[in-house]
Design a binder for this molecule. Structure first.
Ligand SMILES: Nc1nc2c(c(=O)[nH]1)N[C@H]1C(S)=C(S)[C@@H](COP(=O)(O)O)O[C@H]1N2
Ligand SMILES: [Mo]
Length: 366
C-alpha cells in the first residue's frame, strides 16, 4: 500500500519552494475554498461562504438517524449516543470565528507545498450544540484521565501515515462550558462539508481542534499521539525539530478590499474621495481586540471599532479614507487586550502556520 501511495503522491518528499504553484496545490485550493474577503461584511458568515478545510474526503452521511457518537477509553460508563439523545442535553449557541492555522501561508516564503491559503481561511458561524462536558460527565472519566481525543469519520494518509482525522484537548479544557458538540450551523443542520451530523467546536483555537464528523471520543491515560496532534499543527522553525504545538489563534485583522477588482489580477480601483474601509479583527482564547490601526502609505491611524460580538467572534472596524488620486498602499493591524499586535512581516514557520502579519491591499485611486 505504501508503494502505491508514494508513486501517487509526493507527500513525504515535498520540499519548500517559490514561484509557480503545483497542480496538487491548485487542486487542494479548489477543494478547500476560502472566504471571499468582501464577505467580511457579514457579522455571521453565510454557511456557503464559510471557509473549508477538509484533509481527506467529506464522509457521505445522508441522515443523522444512524449516526452514533461513542465515548470510551478511561471512563467508568462508556456511551454510544444517537444524535437525538445528544439533542436532549442542555443546548448552547455561540458565535465563533474559526481560522485555519495555515491561513496566510502563501506569504511565508519559501512556502511548504500544501493547502495554499492566501487570506480566506477564516469565517464566523453560530454553532448550536451541547457543551461537551455534559457528555463527559455522563461517561465519568477515571481519575487517571490525562487527555481526551476526538476522532472524525474521515480517514487518509499524510506523510505516509494512515489515520482517522483526530485531535485532543486536555481534560480541563474539554470540561469548559464553551467547548461544544455542535449539530447546527447558523440555525440549520451542519452542511456536509462542515461536519454533518456532529462536530466539535473549540472557540478561540485555530480550526484544527474543531473535529468534524465526530464519531468517537476517547479518554486517555496518556497524551494522544495521533498524526494531527504530534506530526502536524506544530510551530517549527525547521521541519525536523520538536517545536511548539499550535493552539489558540493569534491576533489578526483583514479588510474588505475597497473599490472594484480586475478579474484576473484582483488589482483594485476606487474613485477619489471619501472611502469607508471596513474589516474584521479577532484574537484567540477569548481575548478581545482593543485596537485596529489602518495604514495609508505607511501613516497609521486608529479605526473605529464596532461592539464586541461575544468572546469568540471577530469584531468589525471602519475607517474613513480620504483617497487622493494615484497608487496607494492600505494596511490594517490589530492589537488585543493582552497587548499582542500583528507583526509587520510574516513570521517564519516551516509550514506557514500562524501567519498573522498585517493585511496589505495596494490600491489605484482615480
Ligand atoms: N474530521 C475532520 N475535522 C476537521 C478537519 C478535517 O480534515 N477532518 N479539518 C480541521 C481544520 S484544519 C480546520 S481549519 C477546520 C475547518 O472547519 P470548516 O471546514 O468547517 O471551516 O476543521 C477541522 N476539523
Ligand atoms: Mo486548518
Amino acid at each position: 500500500m505504501m508503494n502505491a501511495l508514494e508513486s501517487a503522491s509526493p507527500s513525504s518528499e515535498r520540499a519548500h519552494t517559490t514561484g509557480d504553484f503545483a497542480r496538487e496545490e491548485v487542486a487542494l485550493a479548489n477543494r478547500n475554498s476560502g472566504l471571499p474577503l468582501e464577505a467580511l461584511r457579514y457579522d455571521v458568515t453565510p454557511a456557503g461562504l464559510h471557509f473549508l478545510l477538509t484533509h481527506f474526503d467529506v464522509p457521505f452521511v445522508t441522515s443523522a438517524d444512524d449516526w452514533r457518537l461513542e465515548i470510551g477509553g478511561r471512563v467508568r460508563n462508556p456511551l454510544s449516543l444517537s444524535c437525538a439523545e445528544i439533542r436532549t442535553l442542555p443546548e448552547k449557541t455561540l458565535r465563533v470565528t474559526l481560522e485555519c492555522a495555515g491561513n496566510g501561508r502563501v506569504n511565508v516564503v519559501p512556502r511548504w507545498q500544501t493547502q495554499p491559503w492566501e487570506y480566506g481561511g477564516v469565517g464566523t458561524a453560530e454553532w448550536t450544540g451541547t457543551p461537551l462536558r455534559h457528555l463527559l460527565e455522563r461517561a465519568r472519566p477515571q481519575a487517571d484521565a490525562a487527555d481526551v481525543a476526538f476522532l472524525g469519520a474521515d480517514r487518509g494518509f499524510d506523510a505516509g501515515c494512515e489515520h482517522d482525522y483526530g485531535r485532543s484537548l486536555p481534560p480541563a479544557l474539554a470540561m469548559d462550558e464553551d467547548v461544544l458538540v455542535a449539530w447546527a450551523m447558523n440555525g440549520t443542520p451542519l452542511p456536509p462539508q462542515n461536519g454533518f451530523p456532529l462536530r466539535l467546536v473549540v472557540p478561540g483555537w485555530y480550526g484544527m481542534a474543531s473535529v468534524k464528523w465526530l464519531r468517537r471520543i476517547e479518554v486517555l491515560a496518556r497524551p494522544f499521539d495521533g498524526y494531527q496532534q504530534v506530526g502536524n499543527y506544530i510551530y517549527r522553525q525547521k521541519r525536523d525539530e520538536p517545536g511548539v504545538p499550535v493552539s489558540t489563534m493569534r491576533v489578526k485583522s483583514l479588510m474588505v478590499p475597497p473599490g472594484i477588482p480586475d478579474w484576473y489580477t484582483r488589482h483594485r480601483v476606487v474613485e477619489a474621495g471619501t472611502v469607508e474601509i471596513v474589516g474584521r479583527a479577532w484574537s484567540g482564547g477569548g481575548v478581545p481586540v482593543v485596537r485596529v490601526a489602518v495604514g495609508v502609505d505607511g501613516t497609521w491611524n486608529d479605526a473605529a471599532l464596532d461592539p464586541l460580538q461575544g468572546a469568540y467572534a471577530w469584531r468589525g472596524w471602519r475607517y474613513r479614507w480620504d483617497a487622493l488620486p494615484g497608487a496607494h498602499l492600505l494596511e490594517c493591524r490589530a492589537t488585543d487586550a493582552n497587548g499582542d499586535t500583528q507583526p509587520l512581516e510574516s513570521p517564519w514557520d516551516a509550514v506557514g502556520f500562524g501567519n498573522n502579519a498585517v493585511h496589505r491591499v495596494p490600491m489605484m485611486v482615480r
